[in-house]
Write a protein that binds this ligand. Structure first.
Ligand code: XMP
Length: 322
């Protein structure tokens, strides 16, 4: 087990950290090529900026479009990085992910299907084709802690579990953020030139909208969750909350539209106040805001006839439903 020396956000000088890590990456990779996958989250965004500073065009950055991201997310993130001088190649892997998710209803199996498709089928193959000997990953200290404690198996933790990626996959992994926690990463991301929409970004789970669809994930159901999410993010953009989400339920309910019965879908809205995601309370949203959300969702998202707001705390709830 590798022991990792934590750098606390208060002790962090982000500019020194960036220079030091860029130097380390540069020395490790030499005149070779490195590869990384960008999701747009703060960790992978910060790593992309560090790798780009160290290697320039010798860092190949991919955005894997798994079909379960939010509206236009792959294009928006690639455009943002292009504006910062970083080329991002979008890989269309939507069919592969939907095929892997077909017929699966169990939450943990859904997460596993997303992880396996990402590593084995899509990104693993890209790494082999690229001949890169180094893979840059945005693993942070909390990922290592949670994985080692057996709370949540984070897909980006290998060495800490005693898996040698060189032996298992043929490449070495560099994890420049592994001494930091989220607050430290946000400081590094801000100092590396990323905009506030990146360094203060709301958390979004690895299994993406597949975590927001109860039961089997299909392209149609993802589209429903995606439309509801867009409305939610528009309406709550000025609200101070840790995280908010729109969830598509598996059960349908009777509604009526234009005088006719409509056996339709239900969307559940969750909005959380939390400091560290370990415990959370529902945000006290104004009733008028909730009503506006409901009106827009039933009008603008096809098939939705019911909208509810989740009011239980975590625990015993969790923030996501899946
Ligand atoms: P829960 O649902 O465990 O969520 O209360 C706590 C925080 O973790 C995020 N989350 C995930 N993030 N992969 C991720 O990268 C996951 O599988 C996952 N599950 C939950 C969740 O969005 C919340 O911020």
């Amino acid at each position: 087990m590798v022991s990792i020396k934590e750098i606390k956000a208060v002790d962090l000088n982000p500019q020194d950290f960036i220079n030091q890590k860029a130097d380390e990456i540069s020395k490790a990779v030499g005149d070779g090529v490195a590869i990384n996958a960008l999701s747009g989250g703060v960790d992978s965004s910060a790593v992309t900026m560090l790798g780009h500073k160290a290697l320039g065009r010798r860092l190949k950055t991919y955005f894997i479009d798994n079909g379960i991201m939010r509206k236009d997310e792959p294009q928006k993130i690639a455009a943002l990085f292009k504006g910062l001088g970083v080329d991002v190649e979008i890989i269309d892997a939507r069919d592969k992910f939907f095929k892997a998710l077909k017929g699966i209803t169990d939450p943990e199996e859904k997460r596993e299907a997303v992880t396996q498709t990402f590593y084995k089928d899509v990104f693993g193959k890209l790494v082999k084709q690229s001949n890169a000997k180094y893979l840059l990953q945005g693993t942070i200290l909390t990922d290592v802690d949670e994985t080692v404690a057996g709370i949540k198996r984070q897909h980006n933790v290998f060495e800490q579990l005693g898996i040698d990626p060189k032996e298992a996959f043929g490449y070495k992994i560099l994890e420049p953020l592994v001494q930091l926690r989220k607050d430290g990463v946000r400081k590094v991301a801000a100092a590396s030139g990323l905009p506030e929409s990146s360094f203060n970004r709301m958390p979004f789970p690895g299994p993406a909208l597949a975590a927001r669809v109860i039961g089997e994930v299909t392209p149609e159901k993802i589209e429903t969750a995606r439309s509801a999410t867009s409305i939610l993010e528009e309406e709550l953009s000025s609200i101070e909350a840790f995280q908010y989400m729109a969830i598509l339920h598996e059960d349908r309910v009777t509604g009526m539209r234009n005088g006719k019965r409509e056996f339709g879908n239900q969307i559940e809205i969750r909005c959380w106040d939390s400091l560290d995601a370990r415990t959370a309370t529902p945000t006290d949203l104004p009733y008028a805001t909730l009503r506006k959300l409901a009106d827009r969702m039933v009008q603008e998202v096809p098939g939705v006839v019911s909208v509810t707001y989740h009011i239980a705390t975590k625990p015993p709830s969790t923030m996501e439903v899946v």
